[in-house]
Design a protein around this ligand. Structure first.
Ligand code: DOR
Length: 449
């Protein structure tokens, strides 16, 4: 895809008028009408608006949704820029309708101090086309940083599936983090001791499908149970990242305090252990893909509100790394530029509604992370928006991908709901296959965190 500054951006006015869009309203109904944006904010939503100074976009046959807020991504900068960087990742976001992201601390160096958090914020301010927020990573030793780091969306704990300082698998260290402070804790819930044991049992196995057997459902359940119990003991705000199993979902259905939230990835909903046969190690991620039956239970939990929202866990690795052969292959797959069309295609197929997708990918995320003025199309809200085409289907093409790793587990999938325009802070950042790389996002704010 070309990266070109386009004509729309040379327009002098700070006003944008979206005309004749199918607008998703806060109550989940639709209005066929216009949206006026001024100085980065939505100022009016009405059947017909006249504004002489505004740049007009004809949105006939397009559906207007709040921009996606992706609450779990790994964008690899600093230190791992050969896989991805904040510029390339944010281009992928803009193309995928993702207008804000929350990024994880397993970069090099790790984001475990205020200094490293500041470094990421500065890099993002210089490079990111979309809005950004960052997690602070927990180690067994950085309690003071976890308490005071600012601004951050929360504390990330890797209970498993991680090496080095970011692995916090000792009960005493976990307990100390839950006991200290009140800000949101997001956990990658896999039990490392069980994974270590099971890895020994399957030494020498090179079929990537064994990944789901080694890091099994019980490993996920054990860690989720432990995090839940600590959260209850200290009444601590807990978010369970990328829930992957039906048994965890059923546990939450029985026992989910009001201060606990959970997310699921599109890939845990639509891919499963059968995917290894088709795409080999490209299907390898943590927590692993599960059996097809798990897809159904996770879907039901999402539809019933047991799971609150959706994240991609965008985790790019190069094709060379993915070709090393299991178990030397890294876990993770990219997702930000396919997540919205993947989910909207599911909606078109009757799995859910478009309004539910917008809630899971924007409104509910803004609410859970207390991000003010985002996630709805209403006057006073930030103009982070995406206009999608729900009428036409188009395949995921490798040559169009913006992520630096240049592959997708969904390559060849015929999807609908592709973004046609993406708007960040009232500026068009993506328009019909072209990116406006002059746009910059802003640091997200998190209330009460
Ligand atoms: O598959 C994964 N890859 N899961 C994670 O939690 C980390 C990620 C990565 O950074 O590659």
């Amino acid at each position: 895809m070309e990266i070109l500054p386009f004509t729309a951006m040379s327009f002098a006015s700070n006003s944008l008028l979206l005309r004749h869009a199918q607008i998703l309203m806060p109550a989940g109904d639709y209005l066929l009408g216009d949206v006026l944006i001024q100085d980065g904010k939505i100022v009016q939503v009405a059947p017909e608006i006249t504004a002489t100074e505004a740049l007009e976009i004809d949105a006939t046959n397009l559906t207007l949704l709040p921009g996606v807020i992706d609450p779990q991504v790994h964008f690899r900068e600093p230190g791992l820029e050969y896989k991805e960087d904040l510029f390339t990742a944010s281009c992928a976001c803009a193309k995928g309708g993702v207008t804000s992201f929350l990024e994880m601390p397993n970069t090099k160096p790790l984001t475990t101090t205020q200094e490293m958090l500041n470094d990421k914020l500065q890099r993002a301010a210089a490079k990111s086309l979309v809005n950004y927020g960052f997690f602070i990573g927990a180690t067994a030793e950085n309690l003071p940083d976890l308490r005071t780091a600012n601004p951050t969306c929360g504390i990330k704990i890797f209970m498993g599936s991680m090496h080095g300082a970011l692995l916090v698998d000792q009960d005493s260290a976990l307990e100390a983090i839950f006991a200290e402070g009140s800000r949101l804790i997001a956990v990658h819930a896999e039990d490392q001791a069980r994974i270590n044991e099971r890895r020994k049992l399957y030494e020498g196995e090179t079929n990537p499908a064994i990944h789901s057997v080694i890091q099994d459902e019980t490993a996920a359940l054990l860690a989720t149970k432990q995090a839940l119990s600590l959260s209850k003991k200290y009444q601590r705000r807990l978010h369970i990242l990328h829930l992957s199993t039906g048994i965890e979902a059923e546990l939450l259905r029985e026992d989910k305090p009001s201060w606990v939230t959970a997310e699921v990835t599109p890939q845990h909903l639509v891919l499963n252990t059968e995917s290894y046969e088709k795409i080999g190690t490209l299907a390898q991620m943590n927590p692993p893909l599960r059996s097809p039956e798990n897809n159904d239970v996770l879907w039901k939990a999402l539809l019933d509100g047991v799971i609150d929202f959706i994240a991609t866990d965008h985790a790019p690795h190069t094709l060379e790394e993915k070709a090393k052969g299991y178990p030397n292959t890294p876990s993770g797959m990219p997702g930000v530029e396919t997540s919205l069309p993947v989910m909207l295609t599911q909606a078109k197929e009757g799995k859910c509604t478009v309004a539910q997708v917008a809630n899971w990918m924007s409104t509910a995320v803004a609410k859970a992370y207390k991000i003010p003025n985002k996630g709805l199309i209403a006057p006073g809200y930030d103009a982070d928006l995406v206009l999608v085409d729900l009428e036409n289907y188009k395949p995921v093409l490798k040559e169009e991908l913006q992520t630096k790793c240049r592959w997708s587990p969904f390559e060849g999938w015929n999807l609908t709901g592709w973004p046609v325009f993406t708007i960040v802070g009232g500026k068009i950042v993506y328009e019909r296959g072209k990116l406006n790389t002059d746009v910059r996002g802003k640091a997200l704010r998190f209330e009460e965190n």
